[in-house]
Write a protein that binds this ligand. Structure first.
Ligand code: 7TS
Length: 406
């Protein structure tokens, strides 16, 4: 394996600082990843030299902005192996992408008696928009049960599939448990009964190369900021024929062809779904993050991350008083746990005092926390720049937390 984690770390300026007098150990990548120098530089360069609005001005800066913005879209198309660049819709993140599909497709197509399926381990972003649209349409939202280990129960899922099911929306990787869901299988079973599918890829895209044509998902949503890119930018991929049939989610400039008080007609894809001035610097920053990732052999990144997570799981299994929440075999990026006799928030605060950044709480996934009967967990989540040394630092810091709290 030709993956040099120290070389990668050197690309991320934020990692090289002390927090509370200790070297920063950043293990909150599920919330957001840090940005490489190349991304910071691309955003700064854009504002320094090229800033202008897109698709509008009759001047050089506007041409440059538009070219960079549309070239970023093409970078995303290649990154996802989408067939057409107009299948790439800029959003502000995963949340907006899922809302776009739920409201645009759902409001026009769902009716009383229809069902939408999501799993019990979804992030609130893949529950609440569907709930809102089901309330408006009279459709029903159903949760696919999760096994004790934290896998989608495929047998129960198959049993739930009927003619009433019109849409299945599923996370690729659970942010609360780290489970990698068998989305290919889930999608093809949904298609067999004629239901459409959306994959929430927020926690997947940074870890391995996603191919939307191979998955055959109808929609795929993710956020730039969990992929070494900036906040405020994300992508919704959708199959062109479906997007063409959908009505706009929000109205305004850019998404129209002609406007009159008698009738407004809409722009073609992808602009139909992109009203208002977009996050141009964000799109450029995200494309730069993708280009950065593409400088690596993605299989090397996967192997490195599996090594670090495997090591963390081994240390966790040997650690006295540690209870893992979620024991799926196929997992990525996340170690969710409790320390007997302590509250997750106290553990988080004491870890921070030692320079270790984790997230604590319900991780915006309250239903799965309830499933396990816990109010929340401590979550260490890993990115390509984390190493076994970070895992050792986490457990050394946990030793001190235990001494203090128990
Ligand atoms: N879906 C999943 C699976 C997520 O993990 C998140 C964010 C979202 C959707 C929403 O993404 P956003 O970029 O639109 O906010 N998850 C987390 C987390 O685990 N900690 O902070 C944010």
């Amino acid at each position: 394996m030709s993956f040099d984690v120290e070389k990668v770390r050197a690309d991320f300026p934020i990692l090289h600082q002390e927090i509370n007098g200790k070297p920063l150990v950043y293990l909150d990548n599920g919330a957001t990843t840090q940005k490489p120098e190349a991304v910071i530089e691309a955003i700064s360069h854009y504002y320094r030299y090229d800033n202008s609005n897109v698709h509008r001005g009759a001047h050089t800066l506007s041409d440059r902005s538009t070219a960079a913005f549309e070239s970023a879209r093409e970078t995303v198309r290649q990154f996802l192996n989408a067939q057409f660049s107009e299948e790439v819709i800029w959003t502000k993140g995963t949340t907006e992408g899922i809302n776009l599909v739920a409201f645009s497709w759902g409001l026009s197509n769902l009716k009383p008696g229809d069902q939408v399926l999501v799993s019990e381990m979804e992030h609130h972003a893949n529950i609440v928009p569907w709930q809102m649209v089901c309330e408006k349409t009279g459709a029903q939202l159903q949760a696919i049960p999760v096994t004790e280990d934290g896998d989608v129960d495929l047998e129960k899922y198959r049993a739930m599939l009927s003619d009433a099911v019109k849409f299945v929306s599923i996370g690729h990787v659970s942010n609360a448990l780290g489970t990698v869901n068998p989305v290919r299988e889930i999608i093809s079973a949904a298609h067999e009964i004629g239901a459409l599918t959306l994959v929430d890829g927020a926690q997947a895209v940074a870890h391995w190369a996603v191919d939307v044509q191979e998955l055959d998902c109808d929609f795929y949503a993710f956020s730039g900021h969990k992929l070494y890119g900036p906040t405020g930018i994300g992508v919704l991929y959708g199959k062109r024929a479906l997007l063409n049939d959908m009505t706009p989610f929000m109205g305004g400039g850019e998404m129209i062809e002609t406007v009159s008080f008698a009738k407004t007609t809409y722009n073609k894809l992808p602009y139909k779904f992109e009203p208002g001035t977009p996050n141009i610097a964000g799109a450029i920053g995200l494309a730069t993050a993708m280009n950065y990732l593409n400088t690596f052999d993605r299989d090397d990144v996967v192997a490195h991350e599996n090594d670090v997570l495997g090591y963390a799981l081994k240390r966790a299994s040997e650690y006295e008083g540690l209870r893992l929440v979620g024991r799926a075999k196929h997992r990525a990026g996340v170690l969710s746990f409790l320390i007997d006799g302590t509250h997750p928030h106290d553990v988080g605060t004491l870890l921070d005092q030692q320079g270790v950044a984790v997230r604590t709480g319900n991780h915006c996934a309250m239903p799965i926390m309830e499933h396990y009967g816990v109010p929340g967990t401590v979550r260490a989540s890993f990115a390509m720049y984390n190493s076994r040394a970070d895992v050792d630092a986490l457990f050394a810091a946990l030793d001190k937390v235990k001494m203090f709290l128990l």
